[in-house]
Design a protein around this ligand. Structure first.
Ligand code: GDP
Length: 363
């Protein structure tokens, strides 16, 4: 699962990406198109439940869940027609599972805005339009192909053509595909296209240091827009986060306290991105390690086991499951078992967020 960071040039994408990965790999410079190759970074998803589990089952190692983030070079008006990095940018973004759109909400006369003024809604509109145009073009090409194949009586191609036409009608009404309801067969028919406006989106409002809570008028506009389309907004001051990320861990608390933040905004961002992707965690807990594993909401127990190792899924027998609440009540797995609270779940069990598990499997 990975999320792609997009946004117009000079909104703070590279600064944010640097802060997230603390890698210093992505270049932050005050001119458009400075990030040409997509940079990838792995970011851990902080989860307080790991700390609570390891307070009772003390492990040698704590392993949080991680997300892959890709820094995707600047979109500009006309990207779908090959402006700026155009098509190159579009091919990168087709591969991600969700979009994190950085929206400039900071004022700084030293940082040029590509369209001359800071206007987050217009920026969002520019990007959405480019994504819609790119989807239109991709779908029109696919429709021609599907129609040609359908002529020879290919049923799948006929179904694909119908699904494509449904998408085209939706886009022609200037609506992104995110909200279009497709049945399973239709969704499957177009799944390989990587349609951009069908991907879930999360807005990262890059705020001024004076508006860390994101209550200023520019961010409020972004919030209103996001509420309308059912998306979330995370206010982040990329510049400040980059400074915090450069500090030693021991110094971060003091810095956060001095600016009045309870935790780095990046923590909130990682958690929100995880939710936007429709992901949840389950845990394995033993003396060797306490670890969070990532599964899509709705995953079955064998699918969850498969995240650890494909053999676990193939040879799945059953899962033994308990909750953090059980652990905090009974203090140890042994006592949970003795109290009859260790559940035995089979192949059709749907994993619940926060389950603590052992998997039993045949090799
Ligand atoms: P990108 O083109 O979207 O990747 O933007 P960059 O990350 O390269 O940032 C462009 C410029 O804006 C750089 O000079 C950054 O230092 C500056 N910048 C980024 N975030 C902030 C912020 O939160 N506040 C201010 N004042 N400047 C920022």
């Amino acid at each position: 699962m990975e999320a792609g960071i997009v946004g117009l040039p000079n909104v703070g994408k590279s600064t944010l990406f640097n802060a997230i990965t603390s890698s210093g790999a992505a270049q932050a410079a005050n001119y458009p198109f400075c990030t040409i190759e997509p940079n990838e970074g792995i970011v851990s998803v902080p989860d307080d439940r790991l700390r609570r589990i390891s307070a009772l089952i003390v492990p040698k190692k704590l392993v949080p869940a991680v997300l892959k983030l890709v820094d995707i070079a600047g979109i500009v008006k006309g990207a779908s027609e090959g402006e700026g990095l155009g098509n190159k940018f579009l091919s990168h973004i087709r591969q991600v599972d969700a979009i994190l759109q950085v929206v400039r909400c900071f004022e700084d006369p030293d940082v040029i805005h590509v369209s001359g003024k800071v206007d987050p809604l217009s920026d969002i509109d520019t990007i959405e339009t480019e994504l819609m145009l790119a989807d239109l073009e991709a779908l029109e090409t696919s429709l021609q192909k599907a129609n040609r194949t359908a002529k020879s009586g290919d049923k799948e191609a006929k179904l694909r053509a119908a699904a494509i036409e449904k998408c085209l009608a939706h886009l022609s009404a200037e609506l992104p595909l995110r909200k279009l309801v497709l049945d399973d067969a239709e969704a499957k028919a177009i799944a390989s296209f990587g349609l951009l406006t069908a991907k879930p989106i999360l807005f990262v409002a890059n705020v001024d240091e004076t508006d860390l809570e994101g209550k200023g008028p520019l961010v409020m506009k972004v919030r209103e827009h996001a509420a309308k389309i059912g998306a979330s907004v995370v206010p982040v001051c990329a510049k400040l986060e980059a400074e915090i990320a450069e500090l030693e861990e021991s110094e971060r608390g003091e810095m956060l306290a001095s600016v009045g933040l309870a935790q780095p905004a990046l923590t909130v961002l990682a958690q929100e991105a995880y939710r936007t992707l429709g992901l949840q965690s389950y845990f394995t807990a033993g003396e060797k390690e306490v670890r969070a594993w990532t599964v899509p909401v709705g995953a079955t127990a064998p699918q969850a086991a498969g995240v650890i190792h494909t053999d676990f899924e193939k040879g799945f027998i059953r899962a033994e499951v308990y909750t953090l609440a059980d652990l905090e009540t009974y203090k140890s797995e042994k006592e949970i078992r003795a109290a009859g609270k260790l559940r035995v779940e089979g192949k059709s069990y749907i994993m619940q967020d926060g389950d603590i598990c052992h998997f039993l499997f045949n090799t």
